[in-house]
Design a protein around this ligand. Sequence first.
Ligand code: DGJ
Length: 718
Amino acid sequence: MITFNAATKTFHLNAGDTSYIFYIDGDGAIVHLYYGPHLESADLIPLQDYRPLAFSPYHGEALSTHSPDVLMQEYPIHGIGDYSPSAVVVRNAQGNDITVLRYVSHTIAPGKPALSGLPATFAKADEAQTLAILMRDDLTGLEVTLYYTVFKDLPVIARSTSATNRGSAAITLEKLASLSVDFTDGPLDLCSFPGAHARERQFQRERLPFGRRVCESLRGYSSHQMNPAVILCDPTATETAGRAYGALLVYSGNFAAEVDVTQLRRTRLTLGIHPQTFRWHLAPGETFQAPEALIGCSDQGFGKLTHAFHDLMRQHLLPPKWVDTPRPILVNSWEAMFFNFNREKLLALGKTAAEHGIEMLVLDDGWFGHRDDDTTSLGDWTVNTAKLGGTMAQLSDDIHALGLKFGLWFEPEMVSEDSELFRAHPEWALQVPGRTRSLGRHQMVLDLSRPEVVDYLYSALESVVASARIEYIKWDANRHLTEVASATLPPERQGEVFHRYILGLYDLHNRLVKRFPEILFEGCSGGGGRFDAGMLYYCPQIWCSDNTNCLDRLAIQHGTSFFYPCSTMGAHVTVSDGLDFDTRFPVALAGTFGYELDLNQMPPEQLAKIPEQCKRFHELHHLVDQGDYYRLTSPMTDSVTAWMHVAKDQREFLLTCVVPIRDYAMYTRLRLPGLDPSLTYEDDAGNRYRGDVLMNYGFPLPPEYWSVKAFLWHFTAI
Ligand code: DGJ
């Protein structure tokens, strides 16, 4: 998978059907050559695109061969003539930030090493190969190691970077990107996933002008406002054609995806922790590990890129136990009752749920302290036995006696002003002495950079979870970070707090997941405010959005699907939209599936449909969880939103089509990709179609499709 040509000093990473090629030049600089569809030969140095310009500084050799302003850089360094975003910025003991890294050595080893304290993809020795390249700045003693993992048969590369101070004086890392790639494809489009609370991951596409564009979060979380994932693609790329590169960060905190189109119309992508809120003091002998970034390439548009990332996450990132395990169909108390529940109401909900084929009851916010609204008790993870009419164990036993599993909500990172925890430990909230503490949803954020806070949260959660039969935990987080300073760190380390917070969060997740390996964790942050690959390493599913209107969900789930597998998208049938009950079902079925409404307040004719919906879920969820996902149209631009889940062996598929507005026959047929042209497929009504007909002529939509409605067709090969 990874080769090194010692004569030309060229590395060739063969990742699935793609090639990634770079070499070490005479100066020891690492020069990028190519990323794209597979090349048999990596002998590209003679073809290199080198166009010296006036005002391009040179270094070592002559401008005619060696200007960092002109050469494509594999990991751009700072201060010697490359004016595009640097991958690394280090403030040294002299106070300047000039860093000159040169190749020292490399290793190529089977498998993939873990990243200390960080979530990352994993692979067995026969599933991947990892290249580690050591670089050094002789003047400061800074050593940087670039890691590249290539996975068997997948067109995706995992990259990360570590920095070690081998010098005798402390230095400050101001930036250490996880990846940087220089593209020479000419003009590219940038696709990104901006949004807001209840409007997450809205697919956006723009032609890149000259200059810089940054997709970022500075909120302490990966955020609703911008997802840590971008696509660069040919201006002509579609779902099925054209070159597309996708990159995402396996990280849940502040990030920056910087895109710079240079004077030579090259595009540099730099992805990593956001440098604006990052300063890491590196004492002699210390090492800093940057998070992992994943980068993939498709020569057949976005669809193939999506399949690569979905496969990679299913095989190498999500908790393996849950990849093929059906998730229980749940009913969640939140939109059913909000804070207004008691034991009788919960048991009544559970009874009706069990009678209608639902498999788990999740008790959401409001079961602890004296929390009957969102102003109190966060941090006090003690069961409100008066409200629950007994202990958590008793409630859980009663729910189990109905034939249901039981799940519980937590919001571990937060503290209410009105809480025992805050009264005992006001200093545990993030704050700056002498300044007002900002609130969000009436609450503050605990300083997870402090190990004692993480220890407290671990034991508080552990004792509740161990006290009762609990099969599922929903991990919520409902505000962003402010006054990010920590009382326990010295001044020179205050720039570390954002990242140390995330390390504390990961530590807490890690300890709980290890302590309770059988529990299904669902991530959440006011809906989909932390929907990222870092969280997916611990939580195989994440609540996609607090917006459960099934029409709004079309755009949210569409945007989420570009990188994240459908099995990770928390999606429920709710009452929130007033739309036809049948319309809500297929949209929720495209995710983890469940209900979030009071079953005992529903119109009886809707309730009566739930057993059939649950049955359909059991028949079809393997396609959603394990199949290839195809976006057929876009809710951002098309009047009909349609998608498919196709079994890997192409013998079965699910076609969903949602018509959100009355659309007078704009579409009469949909061409269905990803099938076997030689097979004949039969739908549930017994209609038969040849694969080639469905693929090329298209599937004829029924005449009534122009009413506001959702359709679901299940086809199997005969
Ligand atoms: C925000 C979540 O997204 C909701 O599902 C619910 O759990 C509430 N928080 C509870 O406060």
